[in-house]
Design a binder for this molecule. Structure first.
Ligand code: GAR
Length: 215
């Protein structure tokens, strides 16, 4: 069983998807804590409703990134977390923290990385006139929205789409692939080789490739 802490900053719909997946019998991970840098994050209520311990480490209470991250690290130790899922955690983690947790931090991002790192991804995707958009679950490296890709899910852009409804469609895919990616990792089916993640071939024997089928 993999003991996971989920770091959030906001509404926590991806957190909810992880909570729901962890509630399934045989799911190989459990959430030992939800930590937010934002005391008003809606996701804290979702955690409480699921009886998951929470902690707030408000970045505004710290004079620099390092002391904020050391405080987060303390909480992770208190809760005996072995793995971190970033779920809408909107603080950049610096290299020291990321290297301390090397290959043990997962992130979800609402674009087909390496395109459209950063914020306002669907607005920028529409602006660029792309035909497909989607989301990516990846291992975190010190550069923002960078690191070995575990799973992606894509959808075709409809000419009628605006950024809001495209974001909503992508979010539905996020809720499918994030638990699936965590499951693969917790089952030990992912190995990291340089900047790539390799998924055990036996995982998707019929397809040969990764598919974002629902768990
Ligand atoms: C999600 O769309 C997630 O992919 C994005 O923030 C949103 C959080 O929503 N994360 C990033 O942009 C990270 N670079 P949620 O709080 O409902 O899960």
């Amino acid at each position: 069983m993999l003991d996971v802490a989920v770091l959030i900053s906001g509404r926590g719909s991806n957190l909810q998807a992880l909570i729901d997946a962890c509630a399934q019998p045989d799911f190989p991970a459990r959430i030992v804590a939800v930590i937010s840098n934002n005391p008003g994050a809606g996701g804290l209520e979702r955690a409480k409703a699921a009886n998951i311990p929470t902690a707030v480490v408000n970045h505004r209470d710290f004079e620099d990134r390092e002391s904020f991250e050391n405080a987060v690290d303390e909480e992770l130790k208190n809760f005996k977390a072995k793995f971190i899922c970033l779920a809408g955690f909107m603080r950049i983690l610096d290299g020291r923290f990321v290297n301390r947790w090397k290959d043990r931090i997962l992130n979800i991002h609402p674009s087909l990385l390496p395109s459209f790192k950063g914020l306002h991804t669907q607005e920028r995707a529409l602006e660029a006139g792309v035909r497909f958009t989607g989301c990516t679950v990846h291992i975190v490296r010190p550069e923002m929205d960078d690191g070995p890709i575990i799973l992606q899910a894509a959808l075709a852009v409809d000419p009628e789409d605006d950024a809001d409804n495209l974001s909503a469609k992508v979010l539905e895919l996020e809720h499918i692939i994030y638990p699936e990616a965590l499951k693969l990792i917790a089952l030990g089916r992912v190995s990291i080789s340089g900047n790539k993640a390799i998924i055990d071939k036996a995982t998707y024997p019929d397809k040969g490739l990764i598919s974002p089928d629902p768990v």
